[in-house]
Each structure stands twice: as C-alpha cells, then as structure tokens.
Design a protein around this ligand. Structure first.
Ligand code: GUN
Ligand code: FE
Length: 415
C-alpha cells in the first residue's frame, strides 16, 4: 500500500519530522519507507493520493474510564473523593445491567474512533458482562485497546463492590475470555489502593506475574487521597510502596495515572522501563488535583504517558489533552523558573510514541519499521492557505475536531 501526502511525526521529543509531498509505503502493516519520489517498484495507480492533506500518527489515550463517558462535565465542582462518592460510584453501579452498557458503550467507542484515539487503555467497571461487551465493540470497530475489569472490594456502595474472591475470579475469567485476541487485551485494574483490600491486591499481583498481564491503576492524584492511603496502609513507606508491596508496580508493565505528588525516592523507584506515569492534565484541572511536573519527569528519563481520564477529564480528543499538558507546563514555568517549558513536539511525542510504547516498541510513530497507525487530516479552508504542514498540524492540535479527520488506519488497515 502506498499513500501520498504531507507526513508528520515525532521520532524524538525535540522536533517534528516532516516529509512534504511524499510517498509512504506500507508493507506487512508496517512503514517500509518514506520517499520524495515514487520508487520504481510501485505504480502511480496504486497510490492513495491524499494530495495536500496531513498524514500523522493516530492518537492513543492511555487512561480513560468508559462508563464515565455519560458523566463528562458533571460534578466537577467537587474534588476526587467526593466526586467519586457523590457521582461516579452511583453511575458505575448502573453497568450491572447490560442494557445500560448498551446505551453508553457504543457511543463511547464511536467517540474514541471519531476523535482518532485508535488505541487506548480503558477502565470498565466491576461488571463482567458489560466489560466483555465493551471489548467486543472495540474489536468490531477494528481498534486496539487494553481493557480492565475494575477491582473493588471496599469503600464503595455494595452495588459497586465484590468480595475479594469474586473480584479475582471475575478477573481470571475476563483474562481467559480475551486470551486469543490480538487487538483487545486484558489489563489488571485495581481501581486505586483505597478500593482494594490487602487480600485482593495480593492475589491480583500474583495473577499479573503468573499470566504476564499488565496493570493499571491510580497513584498520588490528590492530597486527601494520599493521606487516606497513609492511614489505610500504615506499614507502607509511601503510596508507591503500597503497589510495590503487592507486586502491582515494577513487575509487569504498569500504567499509573496522575502521579502528581511523588517524592524523589518514589520517582527513583518508578523510573524503570516497564512503568509509565500517565499525565491527565484536563482531569487534574477539573477536579482541582494539581499539576504533574512533566518536564522534570521527562528529564529524569521517566516514561510519561498522556490520558484524557474521561470523565475527570471532559474532552475525548487527545489533541485537547496535548494542549492542556502544554498549558499546565506553562503555568508551572511561569510560577517557578526551575521548571522548564515543555516543547509542543515533546507533548506530541508523549501522546504518540511514548503512549505507543505501552503497546509495543514499534507503535506510535510513522518512522520506518513502525506499525502503520495513522490519521489523515483535512483542513482545506482558505484560512490554511500559505501555512506550512507543521503550522497546519498545530492548528489541528489546538482547534481540531473529529470532522477534520477524513481517514483512520490501524495496523495498516483503513478502519
Ligand atoms: N481514583 C480512583 N478512581 C478514580 C476515577 O474514576 N477517576 C479518577 N480521576 N481518579 C480515580
Ligand atoms: Fe482515572
């Protein structure tokens, strides 16, 4: 397959790579090469010519709550614990009923697709039927995701908790059900330490290692949450240690969302190739959680990812989260010069190539050798005349809407 257009990606944080009016050749689902002139082995008839349009890596949302899709914008005057107790837990309880999931999940999956988030790492709920239904919807769309059955056995209404045993059995069954799938894979998802007993976390850690299944959770998001975790786990050195104690961090590949208030010792322990701290700037602003010092983490070599955290976040478009990350970085920098500014290309790099790394070393860029996951961006209005491809991409990042995405490719296939 050969496509032609203006090809843009970030192979490093420092700068965009741009191939104007070039041909990108896809073989075995991967980028074989990018050429200014069509190589002789190919004929012009087989070129899918996107003309003056942009071909860019598709987005990846590394932290999103599917059941909260219908709650975007609601209850955001509260902070984390009250927001969960007064809004979120009640909403998520409704997914015990598959017919409720059938109202919400198709719209959620369609929205991921529309916004170009063709890969994601998703929290479902505790409810096994609804989680499987969500997974099937994603597969049917030809998209890729890690989907988590959420584990909770305490500190929530009875309608949103199970026994530790039930929660473990449900997780095993969910992992088993997705065992043969390639696009959608299971991820072990203890909601956060306060939702899970020692017994449950112990068994989930063992299961993760035994089955080589990755883990996702929340870490150090809100100051009251951190105090609560200290009180619940008096023997743990810090919040990070709680997950470490139960083999839920540092063993298999792990996504920890937020990670705002981590001390130097915690950061040093998190700084391993299998761990990702997922920045969720829109959520952090909405429920007044704080600001992740992203530049500092990047400079330490920590793998930072980016997530919408819908519905702490209200925006499905990862371009909106990219902009929010830049803006949050600007606020830190303007308040305290020891924080450097984030580069725009650096945040795009986080949202594509670093987020992609959670799916594999060859995901998240359009460099030769990478799996071809891409969006084609159409912005043919008179206001874009005379702008360079990078300027047009910048306009898409700041003001882009689903209607600007005219084609979507995952693993080399138009979807
Ligand atoms: N911590 C535990 N559960 C949640 C959740 O649903 N959203 C966010 N933002 N933080 C959490
Ligand atoms: Fe979250």
């Amino acid at each position: 397959m050969v496509l032609r257009g203006h090809i843009i990606y970030t192979s490093t944080p420092e700068a965009y790579t741009v191939h104007e009016n070039s041909y990108i050749i896809i073989e075995d689902n991967k980028v074989k090469g990018i050429y200014k002139a069509l190589p002789e082995a190919y004929s012009t008839e087989e070129v899918i010519d996107y003309e003056d349009r942009l071909i860019v890596p598709s987005f990846i949302d590394l932290h999103v709550h599917a059941p909260q899709y219908s709650q975007r914008g609601i209850g955001l005057h509260l902070q984390l614990i009250n927001w969960l107790n007064q809004y979120t837990f009640e909403l998520e309880s409704k997914f015990a009923d598959l017919s409720y999931a059938k109202e919400v999940y198709p719209a959620f999956v369609q929205s991921l697709y529309d916004h170009g988030s063709l890969r994601s790492s998703i929290f479902g709920t505790i409810h096994d039927e609804s989680n499987l239904y969500l997974s099937e919807l994603i597969m049917k769309k030809g998209m890729s995701a890690f989907v988590g059955k959420v584990n909770m056995d305490r500190h929530a209404p009875d309608t949103l908790t199970e026994s530790a045993q039930q929660s473990l059995e449900g997780t095993k069954a969910f992992i088993g059900a997705l065992e043969k799938e390639t696009l959608v894979k299971p991820i072990i998802t203890p909601r956060f330490a306060p939702s899970c007993s020692d017994e449950l976390m112990t068994s989930l850690g063992q299961l993760s290692i035994e089955k080589h299944v990755p883990v996702q959770s929340h870490l150090s998001e809100n100051k009251d949450e951190i105090k609560w975790v200290k009180a619940l786990f008096p023997l743990a050195k810090d919040y990070t240690d709680v997950y470490e104690m139960f083999n839920l961090l540092g063993k298999e590949k792990t996504l920890m969302a937020h990670g705002i208030y981590l001390d130097e010792d915690e950061l040093a322990r998190i700084n391993k190739p299998q761990n990702f701290l997922v920045h969720c700037p829109i959520s952090n602003m909405n429920i007044a959680s704080g600001v992740m010092p992203v530049a500092k983490y990047m400079d330490m070599g920590i793998q930072v990812g980016l997530g919408s955290d819908v519905a702490g976040g209200h925006e499905m478009g990862m371009n909106k989260s990219i902009v929010a990350a830049i803006q949050c970085g600007n606020i830190l920098y303007s308040q305290e010069k020891s924080h450097r500014r984030l580069l725009e290309s650096e945040v795009v790099y986080i949202a594509t190539k670093l987020n992609g790394r959670f799916f594999g070393e060859d995901v998240g860029s359009l460099e030769p050798g990478f799996i071809f996951d891409a969006l084609v961006i159409e912005d043919k209005d008179s206001l874009s005349k005379g702008l360079s491809p990078i300027e047009r991409y910048q306009k898409f990042l700041y003001g882009g809407e689903p209607s600007h995405i005219i084609a979507r490719y995952l693993e080399g296939n138009a979807i």
